[in-house]
Ligand binder design. Sequence first.
Ligand code: GAL
Length: 355
Amino acid sequence: MNRNIKSCCSRWARRGPALLLALALLCSPGCAPAREQETDTLRLGVALYTQDDTFISSVTQELERMVQEAEVELGRKINISVMDGANNQTTQLEQIDRFLDRGYDILLVNIVDRTAAAVLIDKAEASEVPVIFFNRQPVSEDIDYRERVYYVGARAEEGGALQGELVLDAWRDERLGLDRSGDGVLQYVMLEGEPGHQDTLLRTEWSVKVLTDAGVEVEKLASDSANWNRGQASAKMAQWLDWFGPEIEVVFSNNDDMALGALDAIRAWGNPGPLVVGVDATAPALEAMSTGELYGTVLNDARGIARAMLDLALALAEGEDPALAVDLQDGHYVWLPYQKIDWTNLDQFLPEGGR
Ligand code: GAL
């Protein structure tokens, strides 16, 4: 809803065209439903850190699909514009300026640099536009003390812990023979996401912590960042296979794209490879699980994130209490649960007929 042209009928505009028509006949002279119908478009500006990211693309696609459905359901025009920050914070700030200059109502921001949120929030606040951050979590000082600033995402440590549980289950399952060296120690390599990302730091820490807390002795052979990227992960993994070969028993990967990169390298290497686990549950990762190449993954709920953002945006646009629309915690946060996926529950996550 454009605040400048907000009218007394705006709340009703979402209740459907029939109601709008009735209102057009009944409204007082100060109320102009015909014009309202033309101008009462809700404008959502979506700023992505990069469009070139499998998981972020699925969040965006889900959001676009839900916006189309909401338009039909609510009888209201919703304009969604998506900008690609090309991994550059300056570029993204210029895009934010453009959204604000053009009178966008709500910003949905997948921030490039999670430590740079304050500047962006100041700009939005000056234009009285709410900001919903998602997936890349700004530091809490930037969120907790601001009005109409929110974060929608999943708790990074939970994703890491569930990945650790997948490996712990496999380690305890003697049929899998994970301890190939027979030394009672789990030798692993870690493919990390972008440095400084909350999911990189916490998934890396928690995946291993679950094992050590359970009394499993572990040995890290190598770890490095492959920036969420399949090609970079494949190159890293090829090098590690060269150095350590069959000594590697497990590959922890902070996301699925890098896990698939590891599998690319393992396929080229040829020998029965180590056990590989990822996070996200992207379509290609689930496919790789159904062929038995990928051992497990953790659902990062793209659909849930999109749903929560849209519900929050609609509530804010209507001036409603956001806590009535979403499960809002500490006044600012919506947390979506992760879920672990292995061969026992894979069927529930595969698209119909995917197996
Ligand atoms: C993570 C996801 C990665 C990547 C990253 C981008 O949550 O697991 O695949 O999309 O976000 O911020």
